[in-house]
Write a protein that binds this ligand. Sequence first.
Ligand SMILES: *Cc1c(COP(=O)(O)O)cnc(C)c1O
Length: 374
Amino acid sequence: MLSAVETASNRPNDKPGDVSGHVPLRPAVEALPPYVPGARPDPGARVWKLSSNENPYGPLPSVVKAIADAALDTNRYPDMYASELVAALAAHVGVAPEQVVVGNGSVAVLAHLLAAVVDAGDEVVFPWRSFEAYPIAVAVAGGRSVMVPLAEGGRLDLPAMAAAVTPRTRVVLVCTPNNPTGPVVHAAELEELLAAVPTNVMVVVDEAYLEFVRDPEAPDGVDLLRRYPNVVLLRTLSKAYGLAGLRVGYAVAAPRLADGIRAVSTPFGVSHVAQQAALASLLPAAQAELMERVEALVAERARVVAALREQGWDLPESHANFVWFPLGDSTTERAAGARAAGVLVRPFAGDGLRVSIGEVEANDAFLEVAKSWR
Ligand SMILES: *Cc1c(COP(=O)(O)O)cnc(C)c1O
C-alpha cells in the first residue's frame, strides 16, 4: 500500500514554480485546430468590421426593451427548455414544438447533436473548406473528420460527399450557403444525396444564412425533414436576426432525435435575456422590420458583387451575407492591407478571404480596397 508520502514523491517532474501541472489533455483536444475568430478592431480604432458575418444593424428598440426588462430577472434561472421560445420557433418554422431544440448559438446545438450520435472513432463527413467550427466540434465529440474537397466555384461536391459515406459514418454536414465560399446546394442534388445515404446516417443541413438565399433552386429544408426523418436543420438568430451577441441557435429534427439532442444539452443553456430577445424578434412587427433589413443587405450584396465584377473579379455566387476571394498565397498580405486601409476582413491563410456585407459605407470602403488589388 502506498503511503501519502510515497504518493507525493511519485509526482513526475515536480519543480517549484511549475504551475502547468501534469494532467493529460485528451489527445484529440491537444490536436485541435484553433478556432480563429474574425479580427476585432483595436480599442479606439475607426475601422469597418467585415470579418465575422455579423449583421451591421443594431437591435430593434423593441428588442432592446425586451432585453432591459429581462435583465430584472437575472437572479432567477431561465426556463430550462425555453418552452415559450421553442413554441414560437416551431410556429415560425411550421413544425411541432417537440421537434425544436435550442442552444447557446447553433455551434452549441451542433456540439450537442454530435454528442447525441457520435461514438469514439465514428466518422462525420463534411465539405472543406467550410465552417471552421466543424472539425473542432467533431474532434471534441471523439469523432473522425472526413473532409470532402469543394467542387469548382466554391460549391459543395455532394456526389463526392455521398461517396465518402462508409459503415462508420454517423453524420453528414451540409453547409448551405457554404461558409466561407457562399454558394447554395440545389434541391435536386440534395435529394440525390439523401437517396444515396443510408437512412441511419444523420444529414445535418446547416442553414445559418437561410434568410439571405435568393436562389429558386435552393432546397426547402422543412419539406425535406418531413420526407427524410434522418434530416436535421440547424438554424440561428445570429445572422439575419442580428442577435449574434446573445447566442441563440436551434435544431429542427424528428421528435426522437430532438429528444436525444435535448438530453445532452447544457442545462439552462440559453439565458433568459437571450430567450426574451429572441421572442421579441419573432413577433410579427419585429420580424417584418428585420426581414426588410435582410432585403437591404441582399440588395447591398448584389451591388457589391456587380461592382466587383466591374473591377474584373470572377467570384463564387454568394447567397449569404459575405463574398469569397480565392486569393491563395496572397491572402494574408491582402488581409493586412485591408486592415491598414480601415477594413477588417477574414483571411483563411493560403486559401482565400471572406468579406462580410456590411453598411453601405463599409462596403464602399472595401470596394476601394478591392480595386487597389487589381
Ligand atoms: C455563423 C454560423 C453559424 C451560427 O453560429 P451561432 O453559434 O448560431 O452564432 C452556424 N453555422 C455556420 C455555417 C455559420 O456560418
